[in-house]
Design a protein around this ligand. Structure first.
Ligand SMILES: *[C@@H]1O[C@H](CO)[C@@H](O)[C@H](O)[C@H]1NC(C)=O
Ligand SMILES: *[C@@H]1O[C@H](CO)[C@@H](O)[C@H](O)[C@H]1NC(C)=O
Ligand SMILES: *[C@@H]1O[C@H](CO)[C@@H](O)[C@H](O)[C@H]1NC(C)=O
Length: 432
């Protein structure tokens, strides 16, 4: 009888394992404690050693499963792991003659269990999809071995604890879906420096400010909805203009003005910032968001007159701005396919707030600077940026009649131009 020895888990993994087990807060220990090693019956013959390792990983996983109502793993026995339900095999990337497990898909399995360290033995997987199950615990550090993992979908499970930092160490990861779990606490800044294409974190229990470097993220889709994010919409937001397509920040506790240069988000089709505590006006620059189709700002405390061009944007068909304190809207908004203007302070319109409510709210001017959204707060902030009709950002003349404090000058708000092409090559290669 062969007994599997976990030599594949690197030294780092072992050290991390030890560190996790020794960490205070005890309950996690259980997850990291090794059960007896998986034994491989002597009569099992494997096509190659990678499939044998996959066998160990899958058996260790099956052992954690305490409920499998659809019997999905009923055929998870024997050496033909490529025939197991939910297991996808293909030629290894580094050796086309070797068959290996390249993906796992147990979506909608309703399986209860957890993810064991041994899953780190599936070193050839590109996809790991387990959405809509009842897996709990967190992501084991063994996942650090999955250097080809491209899509990780853990959505709609019962994972909990701090943001699983293990994912930051996955070099090929492009698609990260953690929505509908119970992850909590802060997001690591490094998440937004990672070369992801899609990031779904909605409906967890994250509580923190959104890291100021959000704008560094090259994602096309970013969904942070229904958590408890608070504070500013980072001023780096506009930097996402080259890649960002959809962004959903709804149902959090965000409390600031909108960054002036939102108009740089030229490729955004869906923008939803509803159900927050945002104040101030819709920036003029939003009138050049030429790809905008759906805009939802309802249930905030926004005010002022909306930019003239906004409702004339050719692709805009759905604009909800109810339950704010807007005092003026372009008449073109009436021609949109869907709109909702109720509960504002719009003159001569039905279903608005009372005059008293509007007067009381609007008598207090909004001071956007008071939110200190600029990450560099101890210096004099530069004049607001405006978008000229050509769409190019330009510096407006400084309006301030008060002399600025003689503080040191601010470093530039926006980072320097991108490094020369050769420095970007690793990212380009990743995309290939
Ligand atoms: C799963 O297997 C058990 C035991 O063999 C059986 O009783 C049950 O009906 C099966 N469930 C489904 C959904 O096939
Ligand atoms: C918008 O997206 C298209 C392709 O989808 C791309 O070619 C174009 O460069 C993008 N525009 C901006 C402003 O990034
Ligand atoms: C507008 O939104 C409010 C809630 O904010 C809702 O009660 C109302 O029915 C909506 N009106 C229309 C015309 O959709």
């Amino acid at each position: 009888m062969r007994i599997y020895q976990p030599t594949l888990l690197s030294f780092t993994t072992i050290v991390l394992l030890y560190a996790s087990a020794a960490a205070p807060g005890g309950s996690r220990q259980l997850l990291y404690t090794r059960d007896d090693p998986i034994t491989i019956p002597p009569y099992l013959i494997f096509e190659n050693v990678r499939l044998e390792r996959a066998y160990v990983a899958l058996q260790a996983w099956k052992r954690t499963m305490i409920s499998d109502p659809w019997n999905l793993t009923a055929n998870w026995f024997g050496s033909r792991v490529c025939d197991y339900n939910g297991v996808v095999c293909s030629s290894a990337l580094d050796d086309p003659l070797v068959k290996t497990v390249s993906g796992v898909d147990l979506n909608h399995g309703d399986i209860a269990g957890h993810l064991p360290e041994e899953l780190g033995l599936l070193t050839d997987i590109a996809l790991f999809h387990v959405n809509s199950n009842r897996f709990c615990g967190t992501l084991p550090v063994g996942f650090l071995q999955l250097s080809l993992l491209f899509e990780l979908d853990l959505s709609n499970n019962r994972f909990a604890g701090k943001f699983p930092k293990v994912v930051i160490g996955l070099p090929k990861l492009k698609y990260l879906d953690l929505r509908y779990n119970e992850f909590e606490g802060e997001l690591p800044e490094s998440l937004f420096d990672k070369d992801l294409d899609a990031l779904f974190l909605n409906s967890n229990r994250f509580v923190s400010k959104i890291p100021v470097n959000m704008g560094n993220s090259p994602v096309s889709v970013l969904v942070l909805a229904s958590n408890r994010f608070e504070g500013c919409i980072p001023t780096s937001f506009g930097k996402m203009g080259k890649t960002l397509n959809e962004i959903i920040l709804m149902d959090n506790g965000l409390q600031s003005c909108l960054p002036d240069d939102m108009g740089l988000l030229r490729n955004v089709t869906v923008l939803d910032i509803s159900y927050n505590l945002l104040v101030g006006e819709l920036p003029k620059s939003m009138g050049v968001m030429e790809n905008l189709e759906v805009l939802n700002v309802e249930r905030n405390m926004l005010s002022g007159v909306m930019p003239d061009e906004l409702c004339s944007l050719e692709k805009l068909r759905d604009f909800r701005y109810g339950s704010n304190y807007f005092t003026g809207e372009p008449s073109t908004c009436r021609y949109l396919e869907n709109y909702n203007y109720t509960m504002n302070c719009l003159k001569d319109m039905r279903d608005q707030r009372s005059t008293m409510e509007c007067t009381a709210f609007l008598s207090k001017p909004v001071d956007c600077d008071s939110f200190k959204c600029n990450p560099v707060s101890s210096c004099f902030s530069p004049p607001p940026r405006q978008i000229s009709p050509s769409g190019q950002p330009s510096l407006a003349p400084a309006p301030s009649p008060n002399p600025p404090p003689p503080a040191r000058p601010c470093p530039p708000l926006y980072s320097p131009p991108p490094p020369p092409p050769q420095a970007q090559q690793p990212a380009a290669q990743l995309r290939n």
